[in-house]
Write a protein that binds this ligand. Structure first.
Ligand code: ATP
Length: 231
């Protein structure tokens, strides 16, 4: 579903963000991307979204090498990948319903489909009763659930979450994890970058650890970090 082959990324200012990264994520997997600040997690996400291009290497989404995709075809990639950020990014002057509907309008969905799908995803994130609220009337956890609903409303096969629980208290964060787990169980591939050690350790999902732009660990049912023994 997602494949990086010998991917390196150097930003224009000379910062080397990734060097020779190889990774392969299969359809339906749930993967945590962990590592210290500046390790390269957001860069991996930006490359998948084609917000940046790699300096070297190939990146496949399904059968498509997205490094070869022309800029005008980028919206086609964005339809395959839903994305949720730490800071929500909802439109403040639109209601919850309109925020989600807007994500469908911009990909040209039929109004009938919008009327069917928006209530469906709102119910998935348990927010049907807030459909006509504005973002400033929501709690942080509710905001993030709307952002997730918006990310999945076009049924993308891949959902990327960059620190989705970063601004939330522990209990609310766990609510978000339950929503992501449900979405994954319905078949969506989920890639989540996080610093939340407790969440990673409890979920027992695949963990890819990155440090200084290199993958240093890739484990099934992994943990956030291994204790270093000083004996
Ligand atoms: N647009 C940019 N221009 C130049 N350098 C950048 C840019 N974005 C990131 N970098 C550099 O690339 C490296 C990797 O950054 P990246 O944002 O991918 O790390 P990260 O693992 O997501 O960190 P964090 O956990 O703090 O979000 C860092 O050294 C960073 O300073």
């Amino acid at each position: 579903m997602i494949q990086f082959i010998n991917v390196s990324k150097e930003y224009k200012n000379g910062a080397k963000a990734l060097s020779n990264v190889n990774l392969s994520i299969k359809k339906g997997e749930f993967v945590f991307l962990v590592g210290p600040s500046g390790a390269g997690k957001s860069t991996i996400i930006k490359l998948i979204l084609k917000e940046e291009d790699p300096t070297e290497g190939k990146i496949y989404l399904g059968d498509t090498d997205i490094t070869k995709v022309k800029n005008r075809k980028i919206p086609y990639i964005r339809r395959k990948v839903g994305v949720v950020f730490q800071d929500f990014r909802l439109l403040p002057n639109k209601t919850v319903y309109e925020n989600i509907a807007f994500a469908m309008e911009i990909v040209g969905a039929h109004p009938k489909e919008i009327r069917r799908n928006v209530p469906m995803v709102l119910s998935m994130v348990d927010l049907s009763r807030k459909a006509y609220c504005y973002p400033d009337e929501l709690s942080g956890g509710e905001h993030q659930r709307v952002a997730i609903a918006r990310a999945i409303v076009n049924s993308p096969p891949i959902l990327i979450a960059d620190e989705p629980t970063g601004n939330l208290d522990p209990e609310t964060a766990w609510g978000i994890m339950e929503v992501l787990r449900d979405i994954n169980r319905r078949g969506t591939t989920v890639l989540m970058a996080t610093h939340a050690k407790d969440i990673v350790d409890v979920m027992k999902k695949r963990v890819i650890a990155i440090e200084s732009g290199k993958i240093v660990r890739d484990e099934e049912k992994g943990v956030y970090e291994h204790e270093i023994s000083h004996i």
